[in-house]
Design a protein around this ligand. Structure first.
Ligand SMILES: N=[N+]=NCCCCNC(=O)[C@@H]1[C@H]2[C@H](O)[C@@H](O)[C@H](O)[C@@H](CO)[C@@H]12
Length: 460
């Protein structure tokens, strides 16, 4: 099959998931509960009262699932470790059975020639640490670095790619500002401090990785979305700039430029603290990579993981505080069932924005995908043409950025399976493979076959 867009020879093709969204049995074998176990079991927090108690039962079915990944021809699989399985109290003694699950999963992947990309933190903080203040506690970066070292020591001989934290913005804003996600706080004084501790946690984990002689690559995964004014009025343009700082630059500017966007102090006002210069220096610290010498990007991170779903169409709105800007959904544009506009050019724009603003660091698209109301299976396959179109268009958009010089190394579909979509429970389907918790059958969708062909052709 000749492909219109041929990718580089060693381009990495993967799919992504996270522990609480697919594993099930969150308390098995001595695991400690997470804030998401607690949040999901709090009435009213998750649609239909759904929880991750069963999810995709991946904790039990992982060998079958790895075989499915191999059938698709995945070159890599991105998954997260549930901190509470490895350290039930979040710190202190290691739970051998919990760590062993991840060792067996990694070995099963390697046996099939699938490279593991491990995310150390995908939102499921041990509840025991939350009870000590969680990410608000200035000790949280050290807790995270200690946990990271347990994984580095156990698995770095076999894991080529590490992501420290998934989407610190989502941990911070839905978690501590608007309260939609665990732990469900709504406090503008807490959010900037949580964000700061997450950045320090990333830096401490990277520093620990370097000091242990970590032989591979470690990065941060961030959700990014271009912000476009709904109409070119000065108010809307200013609102788009504020939202750009708030969503896209909050974490990348400190990491690559050693400073927070100035807009954030204006947005948060009195709630924005004075951060120590030494902290910002630590976050941006130039640490020698295992390849010797700084990587040239002058920061602790080897690569950026980009989670791209859509753009933000922005209108000034004084009633939406603290931003004074609201994201609107364009009436006549195609949208996913999450309400997000399907906007492939935004992926090209995002990748080129990273190249221009942060020195073209190595980049992986660590998440890209869409939720649609898939029809039921027909002849053993779920017809999901909308998802096929979404993936094809975004792969072409990624390729356009490659052709303009973006250092894009790989692409991970979100998600391998229909799974627990946080506060929306199982009402949203993002998978290449259909999973219904009651029967746990794995049924390929047309998008899985499409992606299998993309991988074979190394192009789309
Ligand atoms: N305003 N605004 N912007 C919204 C920005 C948040 C976008 N949501 C994500 O990126 C989450 C990411 C997560 O890793 C995964 O665990 C989730 O299942 C997917 C799907 O939801 C995506």
């Amino acid at each position: 099959m000749t492909s219109e867009a041929a990718f580089p020879a060693n381009f990495l093709w993967g799919a992504a998931t996270s522990a609480y969204q697919i594993e099930g049995q969150p308390l098995a074998d001595g695991a400690g509960p997470s804030i998401w176990h607690r949040f999901a079991h709090t009435p009213g927090r998750v649609a239909n009262g759904d929880t991750g108690d069963l999810a995709c039962d991946h904790y039990r079915r992982f060998e079958e699932d790895v075989a499915l990944m191999a059938d698709l021809g995945l070159g890599a699989y991105r998954f997260s470790v549930a901190w509470g399985r490895v350290l039930p109290e979040g710190r202190g003694s290691v739970n051998a059975k919990g760590l062993d699950f991840y060792r067996r999963l990694v070995d099963a992947l390697l046996e099939r020639g699938i490279a593991p990309m491990i995310t150390l933190y995908h939102w499921d903080l041990p509840a025991a640490l939350h009870d000590r203040g969680g990410w608000l506690n200035p000790d949280s970066p050290a807790w995270f670095a200690d946990y990271a070292q347990v994984l580095f020591r156990a698995l770095d001989d076999r894991v080529p790619l590490w992501v420290t934290i998934n989407e610190p913005w989502v941990v911070t804003v839905p978690g501590y500002l608007d309260g939609e996600l665990a732990p469900g706080h709504r406090d503008p004084f807490e959010a900037p401090r949580v964000a700061h501790h997450l950045l320090l946690a990333h830096a401490e984990a990277v520093a620990a990785y370097r000091s242990l002689g970590g032989r591979h690559r470690i990065g941060l995964a961030v959700n990014l979305e271009p912000q476009h004014p709904a109409s070119p009025t000065p108010e809307n343009q200013a609102a788009a700039r504020r939202r750009d700082a708030f969503i896209n630059r909050w974490f990348l500017d400190p990491l690559y430029l050693g400073r927070y966007p100035a807009e954030l102090a204006t947005i948060f006002g009195a709630a924005w603290p004075e951060f120590a210069d030494a902290d910002l220096a630590r976050i941006r610290s130039t640490s020698d990579s295992v390849l010797g010498g700084s990587l040239g990007t002058g920061c602790a991170t080897d690569f950026i993981g980009v989670n791209y779903y859509s753009r933000g169409l922005v209108r000034a709105d004084p009633n939406t505080q603290p931003l004074g800007a609201i994201r609107i959904s364009p009436e006549n544009a195609p949208r996913t069932t999450m309400g997000w506009e399907v906007y492939p050019p935004g992926l090209t724009e995002t990748l080129l924005w990273i190249k221009e603003h942060y020195g073209n660091p190595p980049t992986y698209i660590t998440e890209n995908g869409a939720a649609f109301d898939d029809p039921p299976p027909a002849d053993g396959l779920v017809p999901d043409p909308e998802r096929v179109d979404y993936l094809r268009a975004h792969l072409r958009a990624a390729h356009a950025a490659l052709e303009q010089g973006a250092d894009l190394r790989g692409y991970f579909v979100w998600s391998l399976f229909d799974n627990f979509e946080w506060a929306q429970g199982y009402s949203q389907r993002f998978g290449l493979i259909r999973v219904d918790p009651p029967n746990q059958a794995r049924i390929l969708k047309a998008s899985a076959r499409f992606y299998q062909n993309v991988i074979r052709a190394n192009g789309v």
